[in-house]
Design a protein around this ligand. Structure first.
Ligand SMILES: Cc1ncc(COP(=O)(O)O)c(C=O)c1O
Length: 331
């Protein structure tokens, strides 16, 4: 967080050590507080910088990625942006498959880093044309290409166990009662959750999930990007998650707008969803308890999405959102 006192040898050395901010206007009635771990402060703009570096290091170590090689990945955007940044530094070509619901901002960002982008129809994983299958197939066909495998490779949760978890513990460990995150690959919640529970098993780990994702119900399309799935990825350790809470697109986007206007924190729709859940969880605890919530990325990724469109009502969400429904199966 403090700027390093000498020049870094590359931008990837700036990954991690993100700040945590305690909210001062969006506060629960209980007197507990919510602190946001701002992963947008990573140089690539999201929490995925951490795993991109770990996945590339793992592929190099395993001999799957050699000089002049190509990085291939299926990504909802942020992992691609992070991998494109690492690829630029290490001299790799980068090709990404992204589902067509992804924001135009994120797709442009991939191009800005010099990556090649293949936008494919957003179909469930059971469909052979799903973006993950297409990416894996290309990596098999293309010489000297490596599939990064963020949905399978243990380097993903391990990166959060090794870096984000200890940072959160150092920033807030003594007072924190719960940790809230979303789950796409599940790497974030599994790695951080595992670390925090190793320090204090009493810390509740709560997953925020879009209505329509299968972690809290049956699958139907939803608009929130980066979190929620139509299957259980290998990188998600459900045993670490004590409880899941579902949040609608509208509540998530309204909360992200509130966060920008009342706290000056411009974050994505997934942060809105995670914050809705964090506020609910915080109502169960008295002062001076702190609920830590992880904010995965910046709202700048969504200026052509929910921040730009005025499709959704600018709802003044109540702190105890009764619209966010807990489907509440404990894992
Ligand atoms: C934008 C974004 N990316 C990624 C993730 C999920 O991270 P992971 O793939 O580690 O589960 C989230 C979760 O909230 C997210 O909002």
């Amino acid at each position: 967080m403090n700027p390093p006192d000498k020049p870094l040898s590359s931008i990837v050395e700036a990954i991690g050590h993100t700040p945590m901010v305690r909210l001062s206007r969006i506060i629960p009635k209980s007197g507990a507080s919510v602190a946001l771990k701002l992963e947008s402060m990573n140089p690539g703009g999201s929490t995925k910088d951490r795993i991109a570096l770990a996945l590339v290091n793992a592929a190099e170590r395993e001999g799957r990625l050699r000089p002049g090689g190509t990085i291939v990945e299926a990504t909802a955007g942020n992992t691609g942006i992070a991998l494109a940044m690492v690829a630029a530094v290490r001299g790799y070509r980068a090709i990404f498959y992204v589902p067509d619901k992804m924001s135009a901002d994120k797709i442009r960002l991939l191009g800005a880093y010099g990556a090649e982008v293949r936008v494919v129809k957003d179909v469930p994983r059971s469909d052979p044309l799903n973006y993950q299958h297409q990416a894996r197939q290309l990596a098999e066909e293309l010489p000297n290409a490596a599939y990064m495998g963020q949905f399978e490779h243990p380097a993903n949760p391990d990166a959060h166990f090794a870096t984000t978890g200890p940072e959160i513990w150092d920033q807030c460990g003594r007072e924190m009662v719960a940790f809230v995150a979303g789950a796409g690959t599940g790497g974030t919640i599994s790695g951080i959750g595992r670390y925090l529970k190793s320090k204090n098993p009493e810390i509740a780990v709560v997953g925020a999930d879009p209505v329509g994702s299968i972690f809290t119900g049956s699958y139907q399309p939803f608009q929130i990007e980066g979190m929620g799935e139509d299957y259980y990825p290998q990188t998600l350790d459900t045993a670490v998650v004590d409880r899941w809470v579902a949040v609608s697109d509208a509540d998530a986007f309204a909360m992200a707008k509130r966060l920008a206007r009342e706290e000056g924190i411009l974050a994505g729709g997934s942060t809105g969803a995670i914050l809705v859940v964090a506020l609910q969880v915080a109502e169960d605890f008295p002062a001076p308890s702190t609920v830590v919530a992880l904010a995965p990325d910046t709202g700048r990724n969504y200026l052509s999405g929910f921040f730009g469109r005025n499709l959704l009502p600018d709802a003044n969400l109540p702190i105890e959102s009764d619209k966010a429904q807990s489907v509440g199966h404990d894992r």
